[in-house]
Design a protein around this ligand. Structure first.
Ligand code: MRU
Length: 344
């Protein structure tokens, strides 16, 4: 199969091109997004997803859409566009970070002078992400050894970022360097990112991956098959509390019980120093259709049955063995260690 890409700017610089991840693993299809509504829809519906990839798409999208804004009220219209994109998914902070960076790049400039600045900034967001993912992956390799069994939840690989990804970066880089990991991928109900994306991605990279139901993780841990848990994240609060895909918290609790290290992989663009603790993180809630009907031939519950479908949960800092960043590895207490590393 040809090498796939997650998100990029088109050659004519007039559109954001994304791999439509809702179709994976059955179809590899790219979409060309050239207006605010199609970008909003693609992020909301998880055609492009994963915290860093959403930030990159928003950066590219702001540049592409800025070309069509009116000259006179340029900055205000750009700000409205940014607010609109941020409202598509509330939990991953990378989206808001990218929008803020684009807005500050354009501040005080008229349209003509702002456009090249916006282009440079969105490319910088993309390049920095590649660099950060690479460094995170190198740090990750210092935490494991050849042959280890790794449990992962959701998808934090190249499909969720520019290259390598965060939570899966160590495994992808490790493979290139000759490591053989045995990976257990939680299917990740309800949208099945583990089944549809992680097992697809690792399989194609030639990594030994076994798909399990989310509720099999505890058993697999008890069988001694897991030496570490690797997950990505959508927002890390200043105290280290971490929001990630729903179910991550259960993985961390299970890991603690079985004495297995639980590692969070995190580029600095995912740390929110303005957010004191996990209690302040807004958790996205999604529709009942994702639980009852999506992916099933027939509904698995009656229409009248109530559903609660939070897309993320927060893992308390004390359950996290280490947070692996592009600048180094932080340990509990994170209020101190994150500040030391990033000066936040
Ligand atoms: O809802 P999703 O698929 O966007 O959720 C993604 C995750 O939870 C990832 O683990 C997180 O964004 C980190 S991606 C490097």
């Amino acid at each position: 199969m040809d090498k796939i890409f997650t998100v990029r700017i088109s050659e004519d610089k007039n559109a954001v091109e994304i791999l439509d991840q809702t179709l994976l693993p059955n179809e590899v299809k790219y979409l060309r997004l050239d207006n605010a509504d199609s970008l909003f829809e693609a992020i909301k519906e998880l055609r492009v997803r994963g915290a860093p990839a959403i930030g990159i798409a928003a950066g590219f999208g702001m540049y592409v859409c800025a070309k069509r804004l009116t000259d006179g009220d340029f900055y205000n219209e750009l700000k409205q566009l940014g607010d609109y994109l941020i409202s598509s998914r509330p939990t991953a902070v990378n989206l808001a970070h990218a929008v803020e960076r684009m807005l500050s790049a354009a501040k005080g400039a008229d349209k003509e002078s702002a456009l090249p600045l916006l282009y440079e900034e969105c490319m910088r967001i993309y390049d920095e992400d590649r660099e950060m993912c690479r460094r995170i992956s190198e740090y990750g390799l210092t935490l494991v050894k050849d042959g280890d069994g790794i449990l992962t939840h959701c998808n934090a690989g190249a499909l969720a970022a520019s290259e390598y990804g965060t939570g899966l970066g160590t495994l992808l880089l490790g493979k290139e360097l000759g490591y053989n990991f045995r990976v257990f991928s939680d299917e990740t109900r309800p949208l099945l990112q583990g089944a549809r994306l992680t097992s697809f991605e690792l399989n194609h990279a030639g990594i030994d991956v076994t798909l399990i139901c989310d509720n099999a993780a505890s058993l697999v841990m008890s069988q001694g098959k897991i030496q570490a848990c690797f997950v990505g994240c959508d927002r890390v609060a200043a105290n280290g509390d971490t929001a990630n895909k729903i179910g991550t918290r259960s993985v961390a609790i299970n890991a603690k019980f079985h004495n297995i290290p639980f590692y969070v992989f995190c580029p600095s663009s995912t740390i929110d120093f303005g957010c004191e603790s996990g209690e302040k993180i807004v958790i996205e809630e999604r529709g009942a259709d994702e639980i009852k009907t999506k992916f099933f031939e027939k509904p698995v519950a009656e229409d009248s049955v109530k559903c609660f479908n939070p897309a993320f949960d927060v893992t308390p800092a004390e359950l996290i063995t280490a947070i692996v960043t592009e600048k180094g590895i932080c340990r509990y207490p994170y209020t101190q260690s994150l500040k030391e590393l990033f000066g936040g």
